[in-house]
Design a protein around this ligand. Structure first.
Ligand SMILES: Nc1ncnc2c1ncn2[C@@H]1O[C@H](COP(=O)(O)OP(=O)(O)OP(=O)(O)O)[C@@H](O)[C@H]1O
Length: 252
Protein backbone atom coordinates (compact mmCIF):
# COMPACT_ATOMS: atom_id res chain seq x y z
CA UNK A 1 0.00 0.00 0.00
CA UNK A 2 1.33 3.41 -0.97
CA UNK A 3 1.64 6.08 1.68
CA UNK A 4 -1.50 8.24 1.78
CA UNK A 5 -0.50 11.82 1.14
CA UNK A 6 -3.88 13.54 1.36
CA UNK A 7 -6.98 12.19 3.00
CA UNK A 8 -10.37 13.89 2.80
CA UNK A 9 -12.82 12.56 5.36
CA UNK A 10 -16.59 13.03 4.97
CA UNK A 11 -16.33 16.59 3.67
CA UNK A 12 -19.48 18.61 3.15
CA UNK A 13 -19.98 22.22 2.13
CA UNK A 14 -23.13 24.18 1.29
CA UNK A 15 -23.56 27.56 -0.34
CA UNK A 16 -26.94 28.73 0.86
CA UNK A 17 -29.28 25.88 -0.03
CA UNK A 18 -26.88 24.28 -2.50
CA UNK A 19 -24.89 21.27 -1.34
CA UNK A 20 -21.68 21.74 -3.35
CA UNK A 21 -19.73 19.01 -1.53
CA UNK A 22 -21.71 16.11 -0.09
CA UNK A 23 -19.95 13.73 2.28
CA UNK A 24 -16.85 13.26 0.13
CA UNK A 25 -14.09 10.94 1.32
CA UNK A 26 -11.01 10.00 -0.67
CA UNK A 27 -7.33 9.23 -0.18
CA UNK A 28 -4.57 10.32 -2.56
CA UNK A 29 -1.56 7.98 -2.61
CA UNK A 30 1.97 9.38 -2.80
CA UNK A 31 3.82 9.52 -6.10
CA UNK A 32 0.83 9.15 -8.42
CA UNK A 33 -1.09 11.25 -10.89
CA UNK A 34 -4.77 11.03 -9.98
CA UNK A 35 -7.74 13.00 -11.21
CA UNK A 36 -11.11 14.39 -10.30
CA UNK A 37 -13.69 14.64 -13.05
CA UNK A 38 -17.39 15.41 -13.31
CA UNK A 39 -19.82 17.60 -15.23
CA UNK A 40 -19.91 21.40 -14.85
CA UNK A 41 -20.93 22.45 -11.36
CA UNK A 42 -20.20 18.98 -9.89
CA UNK A 43 -18.16 20.50 -7.07
CA UNK A 44 -14.61 19.79 -8.26
CA UNK A 45 -13.15 23.25 -7.70
CA UNK A 46 -14.97 23.53 -4.38
CA UNK A 47 -13.27 20.32 -3.23
CA UNK A 48 -9.85 21.65 -4.26
CA UNK A 49 -10.59 24.91 -2.47
CA UNK A 50 -11.48 23.03 0.71
CA UNK A 51 -8.42 20.76 0.51
CA UNK A 52 -6.07 23.73 0.07
CA UNK A 53 -7.60 25.92 2.81
CA UNK A 54 -9.37 28.49 0.58
CA UNK A 55 -12.73 27.30 1.88
CA UNK A 56 -13.63 25.82 5.26
CA UNK A 57 -15.83 22.72 5.17
CA UNK A 58 -19.12 22.69 7.11
CA UNK A 59 -18.18 19.23 8.34
CA UNK A 60 -15.48 16.63 7.81
CA UNK A 61 -11.71 16.92 7.95
CA UNK A 62 -8.59 17.20 5.79
CA UNK A 63 -5.41 15.31 6.61
CA UNK A 64 -2.17 16.09 4.83
CA UNK A 65 0.94 14.01 5.53
CA UNK A 66 -0.87 12.57 8.53
CA UNK A 67 -1.60 15.99 10.03
CA UNK A 68 -5.10 17.39 10.50
CA UNK A 69 -4.99 20.64 8.50
CA UNK A 70 -8.73 21.43 8.66
CA UNK A 71 -9.19 25.17 9.15
CA UNK A 72 -5.57 26.13 8.41
CA UNK A 73 -5.19 29.09 6.03
CA UNK A 74 -3.89 28.46 2.48
CA UNK A 75 -0.38 29.83 3.10
CA UNK A 76 0.16 27.47 6.01
CA UNK A 77 -1.09 24.50 4.01
CA UNK A 78 1.15 25.62 1.16
CA UNK A 79 4.12 25.75 3.52
CA UNK A 80 3.39 22.15 4.50
CA UNK A 81 3.64 21.25 0.81
CA UNK A 82 0.14 21.32 -0.66
CA UNK A 83 -0.49 23.89 -3.38
CA UNK A 84 -3.28 24.41 -5.89
CA UNK A 85 -3.44 26.22 -9.20
CA UNK A 86 -6.43 28.26 -10.30
CA UNK A 87 -8.76 27.57 -13.19
CA UNK A 88 -8.89 31.25 -14.11
CA UNK A 89 -5.26 32.31 -14.16
CA UNK A 90 -4.52 35.88 -13.14
CA UNK A 91 -0.80 36.57 -13.25
CA UNK A 92 0.54 40.02 -12.34
CA UNK A 93 0.20 41.20 -15.93
CA UNK A 94 2.56 44.20 -15.62
CA UNK A 95 5.34 42.07 -14.16
CA UNK A 96 7.67 39.73 -15.95
CA UNK A 97 7.36 35.97 -15.97
CA UNK A 98 10.42 35.85 -13.69
CA UNK A 99 8.87 38.25 -11.15
CA UNK A 100 5.66 36.23 -11.11
CA UNK A 101 7.50 32.98 -10.46
CA UNK A 102 9.60 34.66 -7.75
CA UNK A 103 6.40 35.32 -5.77
CA UNK A 104 6.07 31.56 -5.35
CA UNK A 105 9.78 30.98 -4.77
CA UNK A 106 9.93 33.48 -1.91
CA UNK A 107 7.67 31.24 0.19
CA UNK A 108 10.69 29.14 1.14
CA UNK A 109 13.64 31.22 -0.07
CA UNK A 110 14.14 34.60 1.53
CA UNK A 111 17.35 35.46 -0.32
CA UNK A 112 16.94 36.89 -3.80
CA UNK A 113 19.67 34.76 -5.38
CA UNK A 114 18.30 31.60 -3.82
CA UNK A 115 14.77 32.39 -5.00
CA UNK A 116 16.02 33.32 -8.47
CA UNK A 117 17.78 29.95 -8.77
CA UNK A 118 14.52 28.20 -7.94
CA UNK A 119 12.64 30.36 -10.46
CA UNK A 120 15.11 29.38 -13.19
CA UNK A 121 14.83 25.74 -12.27
CA UNK A 122 11.02 25.62 -12.48
CA UNK A 123 10.99 27.74 -15.64
CA UNK A 124 13.10 25.06 -17.25
CA UNK A 125 10.78 22.31 -16.00
CA UNK A 126 7.74 23.93 -17.61
CA UNK A 127 9.56 25.09 -20.74
CA UNK A 128 9.57 28.86 -20.05
CA UNK A 129 13.28 29.56 -19.89
CA UNK A 130 13.18 31.76 -22.97
CA UNK A 131 10.21 33.79 -21.70
CA UNK A 132 11.50 34.94 -18.31
CA UNK A 133 11.74 38.63 -19.26
CA UNK A 134 8.39 38.76 -21.10
CA UNK A 135 5.53 40.55 -19.41
CA UNK A 136 3.06 38.02 -18.01
CA UNK A 137 0.26 40.00 -19.68
CA UNK A 138 1.77 39.32 -23.09
CA UNK A 139 1.55 35.51 -22.79
CA UNK A 140 -0.92 33.37 -24.71
CA UNK A 141 -3.38 31.22 -22.72
CA UNK A 142 -0.99 28.26 -23.02
CA UNK A 143 1.84 30.46 -21.70
CA UNK A 144 -0.29 31.68 -18.78
CA UNK A 145 -1.15 28.09 -17.88
CA UNK A 146 2.54 27.21 -17.81
CA UNK A 147 3.26 30.27 -15.70
CA UNK A 148 0.51 29.25 -13.25
CA UNK A 149 2.16 25.84 -13.03
CA UNK A 150 5.60 27.42 -12.53
CA UNK A 151 4.34 29.70 -9.72
CA UNK A 152 2.91 26.71 -7.90
CA UNK A 153 6.05 24.62 -8.42
CA UNK A 154 8.24 27.44 -7.12
CA UNK A 155 6.65 26.92 -3.68
CA UNK A 156 8.30 23.46 -3.71
CA UNK A 157 5.16 21.40 -3.11
CA UNK A 158 4.86 17.70 -2.38
CA UNK A 159 1.28 17.61 -3.66
CA UNK A 160 0.10 19.72 -6.57
CA UNK A 161 -3.62 20.26 -7.24
CA UNK A 162 -4.02 21.31 -10.87
CA UNK A 163 -7.36 22.90 -11.75
CA UNK A 164 -7.94 22.59 -15.50
CA UNK A 165 -4.45 23.34 -16.73
CA UNK A 166 -5.49 22.19 -20.21
CA UNK A 167 -8.62 24.35 -20.54
CA UNK A 168 -8.34 26.71 -23.49
CA UNK A 169 -5.34 24.91 -24.99
CA UNK A 170 -5.37 23.54 -28.52
CA UNK A 171 -4.64 19.83 -29.16
CA UNK A 172 -0.95 20.52 -29.92
CA UNK A 173 -0.52 22.53 -26.72
CA UNK A 174 -2.23 19.73 -24.76
CA UNK A 175 0.16 17.20 -26.28
CA UNK A 176 3.04 19.45 -25.21
CA UNK A 177 1.98 19.84 -21.59
CA UNK A 178 1.29 16.14 -20.93
CA UNK A 179 5.01 15.17 -20.81
CA UNK A 180 5.67 18.17 -18.53
CA UNK A 181 3.20 16.73 -16.00
CA UNK A 182 4.70 13.25 -16.37
CA UNK A 183 8.16 14.69 -15.67
CA UNK A 184 6.88 16.36 -12.50
CA UNK A 185 5.50 13.06 -11.24
CA UNK A 186 8.79 11.34 -12.14
CA UNK A 187 10.65 13.95 -10.11
CA UNK A 188 8.71 12.83 -7.01
CA UNK A 189 5.66 15.07 -6.95
CA UNK A 190 2.16 13.75 -6.33
CA UNK A 191 -0.39 15.33 -8.66
CA UNK A 192 -4.16 15.54 -8.56
CA UNK A 193 -5.87 17.13 -11.51
CA UNK A 194 -9.29 18.43 -12.36
CA UNK A 195 -9.71 18.05 -16.07
CA UNK A 196 -12.45 18.14 -18.68
CA UNK A 197 -10.09 17.07 -21.47
CA UNK A 198 -10.72 13.33 -21.33
CA UNK A 199 -7.82 12.54 -23.65
CA UNK A 200 -5.51 14.05 -21.02
CA UNK A 201 -7.24 12.23 -18.13
CA UNK A 202 -6.81 8.94 -19.98
CA UNK A 203 -3.15 9.57 -20.76
CA UNK A 204 -2.11 11.01 -17.45
CA UNK A 205 -4.04 9.71 -14.54
CA UNK A 206 -3.72 6.36 -12.86
CA UNK A 207 -6.85 6.71 -10.73
CA UNK A 208 -9.96 8.86 -11.08
CA UNK A 209 -12.78 9.97 -8.83
CA UNK A 210 -16.02 11.17 -10.39
CA UNK A 211 -18.17 13.84 -8.75
CA UNK A 212 -21.74 14.67 -9.63
CA UNK A 213 -23.83 17.23 -7.73
CA UNK A 214 -21.28 17.26 -4.93
CA UNK A 215 -21.21 13.48 -4.45
CA UNK A 216 -18.65 10.89 -5.46
CA UNK A 217 -20.44 8.57 -7.87
CA UNK A 218 -17.57 6.39 -9.11
CA UNK A 219 -13.85 5.76 -8.79
CA UNK A 220 -11.29 3.57 -10.50
CA UNK A 221 -8.90 3.60 -13.44
CA UNK A 222 -9.90 6.04 -16.20
CA UNK A 223 -10.68 3.04 -18.41
CA UNK A 224 -13.08 1.62 -15.81
CA UNK A 225 -14.68 5.01 -15.28
CA UNK A 226 -15.28 5.58 -18.99
CA UNK A 227 -17.40 2.42 -19.10
CA UNK A 228 -19.33 3.10 -15.89
CA UNK A 229 -23.06 3.64 -16.64
CA UNK A 230 -23.45 6.03 -13.67
CA UNK A 231 -20.66 8.20 -15.08
CA UNK A 232 -22.02 8.17 -18.62
CA UNK A 233 -25.43 9.05 -17.19
CA UNK A 234 -24.02 11.97 -15.20
CA UNK A 235 -22.27 13.37 -18.26
CA UNK A 236 -24.89 12.75 -20.88
CA UNK A 237 -28.09 13.30 -19.03
CA UNK A 238 -30.88 11.40 -17.46
CA UNK A 239 -31.88 8.13 -19.07
CA UNK A 240 -29.33 8.23 -21.84
CA UNK A 241 -26.95 5.71 -20.27
CA UNK A 242 -29.77 3.17 -19.87
CA UNK A 243 -30.77 3.73 -23.50
CA UNK A 244 -27.21 3.26 -24.76
CA UNK A 245 -26.89 0.10 -22.72
CA UNK A 246 -30.21 -1.22 -24.06
CA UNK A 247 -29.11 -0.40 -27.62
CA UNK A 248 -25.82 -2.19 -27.05
CA UNK A 249 -27.66 -5.24 -25.75
CA UNK A 250 -30.05 -5.18 -28.70
CA UNK A 251 -27.17 -4.96 -31.16
CA UNK A 252 -25.07 -7.65 -29.45
N1 LIG B 1 -18.61 30.84 -3.60
C1 LIG B 1 -19.73 30.25 -4.03
N2 LIG B 1 -20.94 30.73 -3.69
C2 LIG B 1 -22.07 30.13 -4.12
N3 LIG B 1 -22.10 29.04 -4.89
C3 LIG B 1 -20.93 28.51 -5.27
C4 LIG B 1 -19.68 29.08 -4.86
N4 LIG B 1 -18.68 28.33 -5.39
C5 LIG B 1 -19.27 27.35 -6.08
N5 LIG B 1 -20.61 27.45 -6.02
C6 LIG B 1 -21.59 26.53 -6.62
O1 LIG B 1 -21.25 25.23 -6.17
C7 LIG B 1 -21.42 24.27 -7.23
C8 LIG B 1 -20.10 23.58 -7.48
O2 LIG B 1 -19.21 24.50 -8.09
P1 LIG B 1 -17.73 24.12 -8.51
O3 LIG B 1 -17.09 25.33 -9.09
O4 LIG B 1 -17.04 23.47 -7.36
O5 LIG B 1 -17.99 23.02 -9.64
P2 LIG B 1 -16.97 22.43 -10.70
O6 LIG B 1 -17.22 20.97 -10.72
O7 LIG B 1 -15.58 22.88 -10.42
O8 LIG B 1 -17.50 23.07 -12.04
P3 LIG B 1 -16.74 23.47 -13.42
O9 LIG B 1 -16.34 22.19 -14.07
O10 LIG B 1 -17.82 24.19 -14.19
O11 LIG B 1 -15.59 24.34 -13.04
C9 LIG B 1 -21.94 25.05 -8.42
O12 LIG B 1 -23.34 24.92 -8.45
C10 LIG B 1 -21.51 26.47 -8.14
O13 LIG B 1 -22.38 27.39 -8.74
Amino acid sequence: MAFVMLELRSLSKSFGGLLATADVSLAVPEGRIVSLIGPNGAGKTTLFAIASGFLTPDSGSIHFLGQDVTGLPPHEICRLGLVRTFQVVKPFAEQSVRENILVGAHLRRAGHRDAAEKADEVAELVGMTGRMDDLAGSLTIAGRKRLELAKALATEPKLLLLDEVMAGLNPTEIEEIIPVIHRLRDSGLTIMLIEHVMQAVMKLSEYTWVLNQGRLIAEGSPQQIARDPAVIEAYLGHGLAARIEAENRANA
